[in-house]
Design a protein around this ligand. Structure first.
Ligand code: 0WD
Length: 262
């Protein structure tokens, strides 16, 4: 088994800008020789994506892109149809999408209203299941495809201010296990990476985010914050045949912070 990405194609969902974790993963996959296709939710992101892709290798400079706002079943169906036309088969999907009303990413968790709860769970957890099901039904997934999502320690433990997003991540992490169990018999693997706090557009919405990074620097075994490159290389591993025995797993790429209890 090797890190062989020749003739392998991966869908990358959730590049908002050059700081996005999805972009870090895309860059590492590109270096490894994989072919990429991107999805975006807003036209604004599409324009940025075209510019970013220009810095990739010749294989991906003009990577195809499809629109997919994950809150829309119609968008998901259209995206899957377009993916089928553009690439035929996917060897993997990177789902790096999340959203929660930032009014509820600080203060008391119990203040959350019904609509914000549903929205956060819909975009941050259900969307992973929805896109996988649609891809599977359209016969878009290659044999042994590897599906990956991004989560955070706030789904397992109480992290100050993470609140509503923590509940969504708990649902997402549980979905990973149920999806892994359901699709495993067909050879498809489903995993999550639990990344340490990284300064991105989404991270800015979480109250007192700098404090989380400071705590990692002070207490994590590696005494430094996680980089997108580190998340990217772990993603490359999980998406490759090197990880053929791993499914339903949540790998922490967080400088070891999750083992610390003080
Ligand atoms: O510290 C961090 N930044 C961590 C992030 C630590 C651990 C995990 N994560 C997770 C996030 O919760 C998320 O699941 O990693 C994932 C990516 O987060 P990011 O890279 O920090 O965030 P960002 O760069 O803001 O990208 C989030 C994407 C955006 O992409 P687009 O292309 O749509 O601009 O999620 C997208 C958001 O727009 N997104 C949606 N995509 C499709 N449909 C939707 C939607 N309805 N809503 C948000």
């Amino acid at each position: 088994m090797h890190l062989n990405f020749e003739n392998k194609t991966y869908l990358i969902m959730g590049v908002a800008n050059k700081r996005s974790i999805a972009w870090g993963i895309a860059q590492e996959l590109d270096k490894a020789g994989a072919k990429l296709i991107f999805s975006y939710s807003k036209e604004r992101s599409a324009k940025g994506l075209v510019k970013l892709a220009a810095d990739l290798s010749d294989l991906n400079k003009e990577a195809p892109m499809v629109k997919c706002d994950v809150t829309s079943d119609e968008d998901i169906t259209t995206a899957v149809t377009e993916l089928k036309e553009k690439v035929g088969t996917l060897n993997g999907i990177v789902h790096s999408v999340a959203f929660a009303n930032k009014d509820f990413l600080g203060d008391d968790y119990s203040a959350v209203d019904r609509a914000s709860f549903a929205q956060a769970l819909d975009i941050s957890a259900y969307s992973f299941t929805a896109i996988i099901r649609a891809a599977k039904l359209a016969d878009l997934l290659a044999e042994n495809a590897s599906l990956l999502t991004l989560t955070y320690l706030g789904g397992e433990r109480v992290i100050q201010n993470y609140n509503l997003m923590g509940i969504a991540k708990a649902a997402l992490e549980s979905s990973v296990r149920y999806l892994a169990s359901e699709y495993g018999p067909t050879g498809v693997r489903v995993n999550a990476i639990s990344a340490g706090p990284i300064r991105t557009l989404s991270a800015r919405g979480v109250g007192n985010f700098s404090e989380s990074q400071k705590m990692v620097e002070e207490r994590a075994p590696l005494r430094r914050v996680t980089t997108v490159e580190e998340v990217g290389t772990t993603a490359v591993f999980l998406l490759s045949d090197m990880a053929s025995g791993i499914t339903g797993e949540n790998i922490h790429v967080d400088s070891g912070y999750h083992i610390i209890g003080y």
